[in-house]
Design a protein around this ligand. Structure first.
Ligand code: GLU
Length: 306
């Protein structure tokens, strides 16, 4: 049901005020509200004398002097860019930093590039980035185009609705409802295939979907729980995540498909950081802020070179 025009205007004003408060906070040099606190983050040991000449990607980075890593910039607790400082934070950002340290590059030197869901494969294929860490589900279709180290986390598709929503409790309630997701994402594809009665709306990013939800343009946003919990935590008086996750989304680190040497080096690095406690500490300082305790990371796949 549409709200009254006055209520609608008040909601939009409240949202704008909340966003302005967050921006003002960022300007004074402090991190976004309730975001990861720098002092809680692990400091990763940078490998000295590390060499990986079999990897074309690593060699290119060595000549350049730093890594270029593809990420998201609008996913709170996972990959988020502070608009005032340009600093990226979140669990995916920490994974990117751990990997950099293990490959012998100081994480402070990483050049982060924001890449949307639909553009990840192309960015890896044409060498725009060295690797990608951004809620990237490993699946067979994508494996035809890129390689994946990991998985390093298991997410699941879920639903985000407005706090006053009563009808939508799970994906079976989506018939005739406007549901927003990102173009090129697995959640979008699953809705299209398994819930054909939902009215799908696609944008490049989930943050645009969330703006559409807050302004009553759509009824729900659907993607991984790890992403939706972050949006809900930003405006808990306006949004909620409903139902149980209805898919398995194993997150991998995307690499150029032919670079098996880099893929195996990243698998080794993940195993090392899971073992030495960095993974758990990084989780607790980032995604853990959404309230979920640290899970056991999924087993690393390390599938053979093809
Ligand atoms: N994990 C899903 C995917 O890789 C959804 C999140 C995203 O779009 O990054 O498609």
């Amino acid at each position: 049901m549409k709200p009254s025009p006055v209520k609608h205007v008040l909601r939009v004003l409240a949202l704008i005020l909340a966003l302005l408060a967050a921006a003002a906070c960022g300007k004074s040099g402090s991190p976004p509200v309730k975001g990861p606190q720098p002092e809680d983050l692990p400091v990763y040991h940078v490998a000295t004398g590390f060499q990986l000449p079999q990897s074309r990607t690593w060699e290119r980075a060595r000549k350049r002097g730093h890594l270029v890593v593809g990420v998201k910039e609008d996913q709170p607790y996972m990959g988020e860019k502070d608009p005032a400082t340009g600093t990226y934070s979140g669990f995916d950002i920490e994974i990117a930093k751990m990997m950099s340290a293990s490959l012998g590059f100081d994480p402070k030197t990483i050049e982060f590039k924001t890449i949307a869901s639909a553009n990840r494969e192309t960015a890896l294929q044409n060498g725009q980035i060295d690797y990608y860490v951004g809620t990237y589900t490993i699946n067979d279709n994508r494996k035809k185009q890129v390689g994946f180290a990991g998985p390093y986390f298991m997410a699941g598709q879920s639903l985000l609705v407005r706090k006053d929503e009563k009808d939508i409790k799970g994906p079976e309630d989506l018939a005739g409802k406007k549901v927003c997701s990102a173009a090129g994402s697995t959640p979008y594809q699953r809705l299209q295939k398994e819930y054909p009665k939902a009215v799908l709306v696609a944008y490049d990013t989930y943050s645009v979907c969330v703006d559409n939800l807050l302004t009553y343009q759509v009824d729900a946003v659907s993607t991984d729980d790890s992403i939706l919990l972050g949006y809900a935590a930003k405006v808990p008086e306006e949004l909620k995540v409903v139902g149980k996750p209805f898919s398995k989304e194993p997150y991998g680190i995307g690499v150029p498909r032919s670079d098996n040497a880099l893929r195996f080096a990243l698998d080794d690095a993940l195993a090392e950081h899971e073992k030495n406690g960095d993974w758990k500490k990084a989780y607790e300082a980032t995604l853990g802020l959404s309230g979920e305790p640290a899970p056991t990371p999924p087993p690393i796949d390390r599938y053979p070179a093809s």
